[in-house]
Design a protein around this ligand. Structure first.
Ligand code: SF4
Ligand code: SF4
Length: 450
């Protein structure tokens, strides 16, 4: 079976971030293939664990992808501080005589943002709202590359590695079926208090949840990390602010110091994104009728990648340009304004002096006490009694159920299929058992083969 068809059939999506369906991304030719192993968000352990544990599988799968893409340059980009992982990969590369190069990056945020990574590795800047492919590169992260290797061997995506860290007695790596309740993952790591809040993903771009939401969250194909936090933690308080309070603060407290713009990673690679100007113009946002005027005042928000540097690190007044940008982007879409994209942005000369050291970011986020407590124990495998599988775990449209309530399925059976010519991914049973519920959003399987 061709690689693309195998990947499509196995339901592979980007294992981190937004979960772009991989068969669509790999339907291309590219000069450069980059394995994104930078794992840029603080406190996430997953890709490092995978590199240490499966270095040969990673190299073998990366070689398959590079051959498929026709890439002459093959790179694994990771941080120079990942000593054990560099050793494991170097040994694997030598053993199989691979021509993959390791590019070592300093520890800064957001080193793993695709566009920042491509600029660092190749010196080429991806156009505004463009793709790495526009400058001849394809980027996949470590988990995705490993899933492609499994797909080629006929194994669909059914399980997920994730780290559980933060306010727990046993920070750990877990391997669980997709659809496992997040509550059960947290319980295994033993939360220090029964009263906690939590983040799914990293502290910068992950989704912050109040403790009571833990019963409604399940592991998806993109879940790579869970951070347990004490009640009232700074990150939870920040995330709880309403848009109206954020806008009121912005109008009254922005001192136009411009730090949000000067430190914005996308601004620094040459994109037109100027959060300070958006904050300055916010007072007139509700009264602008003309789209051309609205675009002049707010159009650059379209280039925001939601990295959070402006609000979590740069702003001395504790304001939230990122959330304002999020709101403005929704207004641009409503007004059907699509600002012109600069196709050949030029890197700004301050770029390398304005990178944010990860350790300083961790301190700013109030997470230092968890940074050295990472998963030291072997990965624990856990299978829950039931799983809840969302039909849409990725960008695009949800898969269509192809089973009925009451049917018994085996782990790996297809339960929802992608349509033709849509951005979508197949979905497979992650445990064996009986389907007890199918609705428009999800299927529930109870793990019993009777
Ligand atoms: S979140 Fe802030 S720092 Fe990040 S891209 Fe958007 S404006 Fe720039
Ligand atoms: S960093 Fe904060 S205070 Fe300074 S311009 Fe940006 S939003 Fe305003």
């Amino acid at each position: 079976m061709k690689l693309i068809e195998a990947v499509r059939s196995a339901g592979v999506v980007g294992a981190g971030g937004a979960g772009f369906p991989t068969h669509v991304k790999l339907n291309a030719k590219a000069d450069i293939f980059i394995v994104n192993a930078a794992e840029c968000e603080p406190l996430i352990e997953t890709d490092k664990y995978l590199m240490r544990t499966f270095p040969e599988e990673l190299i073998a799968s990366a070689e398959l992808i590079a051959a498929h893409l026709g890439s002459k340059k093959k790179i694994i980009a990771l941080k120079s501080k990942y000593k054990e992982e560099i050793e494991a990969l170097s040994t694997a590369i030598h053993k199989v005589k691979s021509s993959f190069e390791l590019v070592q990056m300093p520890s800064f945020y957001p080193a793993g943002d695709e566009q920042i990574l491509v600029q660092f590795v190749t010196g080429r800047t991806v156009p505004e709202r463009g793709l790495p492919l526009h400058v001849g590169a394809v980027v996949d992260n470590v988990g995705t590359v490993l899933n492609v290797g499994e797909a080629v061997c006929g194994k669909p995506v059914t399980d997920k590695f994730l780290s559980v860290v933060g306010e727990v007695e046993k920070p750990m790596m877990l391997k669980v079926p997709i659809g496992t309740p997040i509550k059960e993952c947290i319980d295994i790591a033993m939360p220090i208090s029964s009263e906690y809040d939590f983040i799914i993903g990293g502290p910068m771009m992950g989704k912050v949840h109040k403790g009571e939401e833990v019963y409604n969250e399940f592991v998806t194909k993109t879940t790579g990390n869970v951070i347990v936090l004490p009640k009232g933690h700074y990150l939870v308080e920040r995330a709880s602010l309403s848009l109206s309070s954020i806008a009121a603060q912005a109008r009254s407290a922005c001192v136009q110091c411009k730090m949000c713009t000067d430190m914005c990673p996308r601004y620094l690679i040459g994109h037109d994104i100027r959060p300070n100007q958006i904050m300055r113009n916010l007072y007139k946002e509700k009264v602008i009728c003309e789209n051309a005027e609205y675009e002049r005042a707010f159009g650059s928000a379209a280039n925001c990648c939601d990295c959070g540097v402006c609000e979590m690190f740069a702003c001395p007044m504790g304001l939230s340009p990122r959330k304002v940008n999020g709101y403005i982007k929704s207004q641009l879409a409503e007004r059907k304004i699509s600002p012109i994209k600069n196709q050949s942005p030029q890197v700004r000369e301050d770029l390398k002096w304005r990178r944010i050291p990860t350790e300083r970011l961790i301190a700013r986020l109030g997470l230092t006490k968890y940074a050295s407590l990472h998963a030291k124990e072997p990965c624990k495998e856990y299978v829950p009694k039931s799983v809840t599988l969302y039909f849409k775990q990725h960008i695009g449209v949800g898969a269509q159920a192809c089973r009925e309530v009451g049917e018994f399925v085996q782990k790996g059976d297809l339960i929802a299929v992608t349509g033709e010519n849509v951005l979508c991914a197949n979905l497979h049973a992650s445990i064996s058992g009986k389907i007890t519920l199918i609705d428009s959003e999800k299927a529930v399987i109870i793990g019993s083969e009777e």
